[in-house]
Design a protein around this ligand. Structure first.
Ligand code: BG6
Length: 483
């Protein structure tokens, strides 16, 4: 791997502390960092290099999946870290940064390969990209890459505007849009399985599949992000990005000989075939919910509108469920049901593929299921229905469980940072995917805004509003819960 300088905006922020430093440390421990690596942390707070390194160390002690045993190797990790105070809007600060970056590159005798990581609020994205361009930071003699976190725009138009601005400083190949769900091991496995497993490929179409259910339920509420979340809602926070990415990953047909990185064109085809919604009819396919007070694992919790920082009259969505149809030759007439919500009964991200039914004599349904447990547990389970010989009509499920890499698996951020360091875009969201996702979501945003879709209240600790069952019941299906 080529020598790299990682220039981290938002170095004293929460994401850096919880995810980025632990990921870098674990890559270091696995000897996956480039041989010459240096990180320059940027923030508004005062820090010396030493106090910044102490901050990084503290984050590792709190959040690293690996225990820190060996202080010598910890020290050699921390010595790669430098700090520079920077006001993202001040042109002069970028000149100072350029000087510091060049000094580091000269001291380490490395080429100017620069990875700019924007772990900051979206209001800074355009400004920072423009300053990188103007200051000359991005025009050195090596490569440059931009890693950017969500949210990528607030709707279709703002996403397009942002992309146009970023494109003035970085090409599409240089932009790595993080969707951390694409870093999750089981999600990555979907592409691999599809490419390598002939059985799975055989099963993957409307000939065999009755419906697909994608769930991301959370027990947490709005946490300390009231300002952001009350503007975003579940539709922007989870649905437009993570949930549609899961849909693309599960519905794409990745050919066995697919060159690395080309899977993104398959994902785009799925999005292009997604049947669009009409704003006025959104209510038929989309359920909107908001949590009320309730109990989660025997602990009482308050309702959304009572949360600190949330307007007591807020009609923001903390739950969204939808039925989507993909009008292509593989998936015509197979419903894909998606739901995501906060303050639900359990933390669970999973995809359930329900196969067309094996009918019993009495006509009752006994479908086979393939379940991808994405988090917090990771497993792939195939559930067959077999006849119980003692009872003619009863079926006993047989399960084949494959816990995936049990134990200490790399976290999403490790996989993604590793890929960004290698310049591998496979598991980053391409602009086409982002734009097509916003395009599908746009009528839903407008329908919510104009109150064309009812807001159903649900008690915290449940599976969301009962109305979301209707989406499936109309087609003769139901959500699979405890499988
Ligand atoms: C983030 C959302 O992108 O994903 C959060 O902003 C959400 O609201 C989180 O809690 C869920 O991620 P995970 O990995 O815990 O499923």
């Amino acid at each position: 791997m080529e020598p790299t300088t990682l220039i981290l905006f938002g170095a004293t922020g929460d994401l850096a502390k919880r995810k980025i430093y632990p990921a870098l440390y674990n890559l270091f421990a696995d000897q996956k960092l480039p041989p010459s690596f240096s990180l320059i942390g940027l923030g508004r707070r005062e820090h010396s290099d030493a106090s910044f390194q102490a901050h990084v160390e503290q984050s590792l002690r709190q959040f690293s999946r690996r225990e820190i045993r060996d202080s010598a190797s910890l020290q050699s990790f921390l010595t790669m870290f430098r700090y520079c105070i920077l006001d993202a809007g001040r042109k002069e600060d970028y000149a100072k940064l350029l000087q510091m970056v060049e000094e580091r590159e000269q001291a380490l005798r490395i080429q100017p390969n620069r990875l700019f990581y924007l772990s900051v609020g979206p209001e800074f994205f355009e400004k920072i990209a423009a300053h990188i361009q103007e200051s000359g930071l991005g025009s050195a003699n090596g490569w440059k890459r931009l890693v950017i976190e969500k949210p990528f725009g607030h709707d279709l138009q703002t996403a397009r505007d942002l992309n146009r601005k970023l494109s003035q400083a970085f090409t599409e190949r240089e932009i790595f849009r993080i969707d951390h769900y694409l870093g999750k091991p089981i999600v990555q496995k979907l592409e691999e399985l599809h490419q390598t497993d002939p059985l799975l490929r055989e099963l993957w179409s409307s000939r065999r599949v009755a419906n697909v259910q994608i769930t991301a339920s959370e027990t947490v509420g709005v946490e300390e992000r009231a300002g952001y979340y009350d503007q975003a809602g579940a539709i922007r926070d989870m649905f437009q990005n993570h949930m549609l990415q899961l849909l693309m990953m599960v519905a794409s047909h990745f050919p066995a000989d697919l060159p690395r990185g080309d899977g993104r064109s398959k994902k785009r085809s799925v999005m292009e075939a997604l049947r669009p919604l009409v704003k006025q009819n959104t209510g038929a396919a989309v359920i909107r919910g908001q949590y009320q007070a309730g109990e989660i694992q025997n602990t009482p919790v308050i309702g959304y509108t009572a949360e600190p920082g949330i307007d007591s009259a807020s009609r923001n969505d903390t739950f969204v469920a939808a039925k989507l149809l993909i009008d292509d030759d593989y998936w015509r007439d197979v419903p894909f049901y998606i739901r995501t919500g906060k303050r639900m009964r359990e933390k669970s991200t999973r995809i359930v593929v329900e196969f067309k039914d094996a009918k019993t004599k009495s006509g009752s349904r006994a479908p086979n299921l393939l379940v991808f447990e994405i988090g917090p547990d990771e497993a792939i389970t195939l559930q067959f229905q077999s006849k119980d010989s003692s009872q003619l009509e009863a079926f006993d499920p047989i399960r084949i469980d494959a816990p995936v890499s049990p134990g200490n698996v790399p976290e999403a951020y490790e996989n993604l940072i590793d890929d960004a360091l290698h310049g591998d875009p496979t598991f980053f969201a391409h602009w086409d995917e982002v734009e097509l996702s916003w395009k599908w979501v746009q009528p839903v945003l407008e329908a919510f805004e104009e109150n064309l879709v009812p807001l159903h209240l649900y008690a915290a600790g449940t599976y969301g509003p009962a109305e979301s069952d209707r989406l499936l019941a109309e087609d003769g299906f139901h959500w699979w819960f405890d499988i």
